[in-house]
Write a protein that binds this ligand. Structure first.
Ligand code: HEC
Length: 159
């Protein structure tokens, strides 16, 4: 190897090691709640959203290796700040209704889950039937609209 290139490679390796010592926060606060949603919807949210929007983040190994760890920690803290299903009771009823609508908007528009999350998390993709469930849950006003084909999910919101 040419000596210059060798120096560069050594430099990159050393830097790669050194950045591992920069602390990142990967905490999971205590609070564990579930949002007000039918159980099948909760399952979907847990599957696709909980890594960033709950206190139940699993922090897989690659989230412990810098620089990915910084991005992951940043997404989780940003995600929790905007929406934390584990702390659902902290939101007022009005805010909860708004969050539900926002969830559906984000899912429908394909903004959430974040695109770069998908290749590593194929389970976060929803089938058309699952989209229907999420729609029924997050639709503004909670009513189905005219054109919708009828599904067989009940819309009771008793809990
Ligand atoms: C990889 C982490 C990640 C995943 C997975 C994820 N989100 Fe997010 N979400 C974020 C971050 C970060 C934000 C903060 C806003 C931003 O950066 O776009 C956010 C913001 C939001 C917001 C608030 C938008 C706003 O304008 O305030 C909603 C609603 C939301 N996400 C819903 C969901 C739903 C529903 C899912 C699952 C289908 C999901 N997210 C999956 C990271 C994630």
């Amino acid at each position: 190897m040419n000596p210059r290139l060798k120096k560069v490679v050594i430099g990159v390796v050393v830097l790669g090691l050194v950045i591992q010592f920069i602390p990142t926060v990967r905490s999971n606060p205590e609070q564990r709640e579930t949002p007000d949603a039918p159980p099948e919807v909760v399952t979907l949210l847990q599957r696709a959203c909980y890594e960033c929007h709950s206190n139940e983040t699993t922090w897989p190994w690659y989230t412990k290796v810098a620089p990915l760890s910084w991005l992951a920690a940043d997404d989780v803290s940003g995600g929790r700040k905007h929406l934390n299903f584990s702390e659902w009771s902290k939101y007022s009823a009005k805010k909860q209704a708004h969050k539900k609508e926002e969830c559906w908007e984000e899912i429908e528009s394909g903004e959430m889950p974040l695109w770069f999350y998908m290749p590593l998390h194929p389970e976060a993709k929803f089938t058309p039937e699952e989209m229907e469930l999420l729609h029924a849950w997050g639709k503004p006003g909670g009513n189905r609209d005219e054109g919708d084909e009828a599904g067989e999910h009940d819309e009771g919101d008793e809990d």
